[in-house]
Write a protein that binds this ligand. Sequence first.
Ligand code: ZN
Length: 316
Amino acid sequence: MRQQTTGIHHVTAFVRHAQATVDFYSGVLGLRLVKKTINFDAPEVYHLYFGNEAGSPGTAITFFPWPTSRQGRIGGGQVGITSYVVPMGSLDFWKSRFEKFGIAMTLTRRFGEELVQIEDPDGLRIEIVEREQGAASKWAFGGVPADKAIKGFGGAVLFSTAPARTAAVLEQVMGLVKISEEGDFVRFQAAGDLGNLIDVNVAPMSPGTGGAGTVHHIAWRAQDDEDHARWRSLVDESGFRPTPFIDRQYFNAIYFREEGGILFEIATDPPGFSRDEPAETMGNKLMLPEWLEAHRAEIEEGLPPIQVRVLEADQQ
Ligand code: ZN
């Protein structure tokens, strides 16, 4: 049978400030900080994961906050815009919310849908769209009740240095189906109901520069280790160079760069974020892999304290 991903597993981006990131993604967007850990290759840097109540695949955005990072430039070879999906009828709630927080909005339309586009504190481009599809989030925080909460990713807009090549890898390797074209955009659909609509901007795009405010990679879902092995073979047979399987604690990963310059990861749904701490208290404690547990004291010492907090505008 043909390999088909159900959609986005997670998106990983670079930012500068850990607390500003927590305040934006939890405080404003109402997502749950589902995991507080570190960059396993650079223990002085956090790795923060935000998602729905479980950080389910298709809902998780992850960050490496690096205070001295240079500012990146969004461009070809990157996820240009990360799309979040909210329940039908909740877009006005989100518009008022962004207004309340003084966040500048651009209102636009694509493929017949109304979009609210904003930037996070580091300039990462985010958009919000209403859709029926996707399970409701069970997480409520601050001024965001569960019935208005972000369900997860709607998809992403890919900026490519070679859009036709990027389109080809989506169709021929990842198993997405081209469903529509409009202006500069071609829309592809994955098999699942979250993180499943991927728009490729076909306008020629000069390469972006990595750094704060840019997406580092987009990860696609694999069902389990067996499916992951099939993906790795397929990527390899398709002429790309996948990395070996890498244990990321909460999923297993392989990476490869597609010809439009975008770094793709394929990540397994299991084991998920409750593998090393209880689901009820996920995100509260700094979690370390076993091999770094012996260095906990010095690692904690080197990290700026962060706090998930209800923001002032929500306290009135
Ligand atoms: Zn990743």
